[in-house]
Write a protein that binds this ligand. Structure first.
Ligand SMILES: Cc1ncc(COP(=O)(O)O)c(C=O)c1O
Length: 363
């Protein structure tokens, strides 16, 4: 079947581009002697996680216990939950998971760490944890000057085993230049390296110093201070990655196939894909909510839930009602969470359909 025969909106993956993206970042990691532990919240799809592992990924990263459960059920047995686990229901599920796969979680407060420790200690278990360090995103994480003290506190908790440090340099998405991206990467590495040395007398964390993102991935070097990177968006890329110099339009592997349902006046077309198919995220610099793969000057300037407002005034593509187009979204991770399945195609020919098995696993 050709992709043009699919009903819309449909989530499409260009297999050539996907494979090239997987290879490129696996290559960056190899060249810098780093493990790659990709963040699978981007695709939430078992098949793609398996492609990543087949290319040498050391394990996977997830954000949610529900995502970890889906991946564990599929036989993936080394999972890092790069998130704080808070609440008794989640701790119960984590206990169950920890008894069937190798799992580690992030911690950044005694308040979250103590109940985890009690639950694991009560069953005679120790949960591997990584301290989250804030290197500039100012989301979660312990500030570097407080990490040593926090590590001492973790060491007093019998149900936890401090095995590493992790950070996420997500402030890179606000970088204004490639030099700034390189500077953010260098700072991340320096801080993580200093902390690893600082912790040496009290904890063995040298094997698990985790960081990275898609924009920073090309900038790591051997012995940079990290041991693994957790890039996520690189599998597909999107307009956010184009804005942050980590991809070119030809690297964008994920699109939403949509149909033109109205052409109310010259220079305008309306698609049957709105915020419920494309998500409402904005890109750092590029205007609007997406652009056409067929003509990057055709921009979705506005979304309603089920309508995409396409501005064709600068575009050369001519569209009529019934035409199908592919939209490159602003944020691939948010879009994957909106579809039950993704259709994998090569040269416009549909080859496979993959369930987005972890979509909606928000808990
Ligand atoms: C903790 C953590 N690690 C890794 C990633 C992957 O980052 P990226 O999509 O920039 O590659 C994310 C993305 O949000 C994240 O939150």
């Amino acid at each position: 079947m050709r992709i043009s025969e699919l009903d819309t909106p449909a989530l499409l993956v260009d297999l050539y581009r996907l494979e090239a993206n997987l290879d490129r970042v696996a290559g960056f990691a190899r060249a810098a002697d780093l493990k790659l532990r990709p963040h699978t919240k981007t695709h939430k799809t078992i098949h793609i996680a398996q492609l990543q592992l087949a290319r040498g990924a050391a394990g996977i990263t997830v954000a949610k216990i529900g995502e970890a459960e889906v991946m564990a059920d599929a036989g993936i047995d080394d999972i890092f939950i790069a998130h704080q686990i808070v609440g008794t229901k989640k701790i119960e599920r984590l206990l169950a998971l920890a008894q069937r796969v190798t799992i580690a979680v992030g911690v950044d407060s005694r308040d979250a760490a103590a109940p985890l420790s009690s639950a694991f200690a009560q069953r005679g278990l120790r949960l591997p944890v990584l301290i989250e360090v804030d290197v500039g995103l100012h989301r979660c994480g312990v500030t570097p000057e407080k990490v040593l003290d926090f590590a001492r506190q973790i060491n007093t908790l019998p149900g936890l085993n401090l095995v590493g440090l992790f950070t996420y340099p997500g402030h890179v998405y606000a970088a204004r230049s490639q030099n700034e991206v390189a500077g953010i990467t260098a700072y991340e590495c320096r801080i993580m390296n200093e902390l690893t040395n600082q912790l040496a007398p009290i904890a063995e964390v040298t094997d698990r110093v985790s960081g990275g993102s898609t924009p920073t991935a090309p900038h790591y070097t051997a012995k940079c201070g990290l041991t693994e990177i957790r890039a996520g968006s690189y599998v597909f890329n999107d307009r956010t990655q184009l804005d942050r110099w980590s991809a070119r339009p030809g690297d964008c592997a994920l699109t939403v196939l949509a149909t033109v349902v109205s052409t109310p006046e010259p220079g305008r077309a309306v698609l049957d894909a709105g915020s419920k198919s494309l998500a409402a995220d904005l890109a750092p610099d590029s205007p609007g909510h997406g652009m056409l793969k067929e003509d990057n000057d055709a921009i979705l300037v506005k979304l309603n839930e089920e309508h995409g407002f396409l501005d064709l005034s600068r575009a050369s593509i001519k569209l009529k009602v019934g035409d199908k187009v592919e939209v490159i979204p602003n944020h691939c991770c948010a879009v994957c969470n909106l579809f039950d399945e993704m259709v994998a195609a090569r040269n416009g020919e549909v080859l496979e359909t993959w369930p987005v098995a972890a979509r909606g696993k928000l808990r």
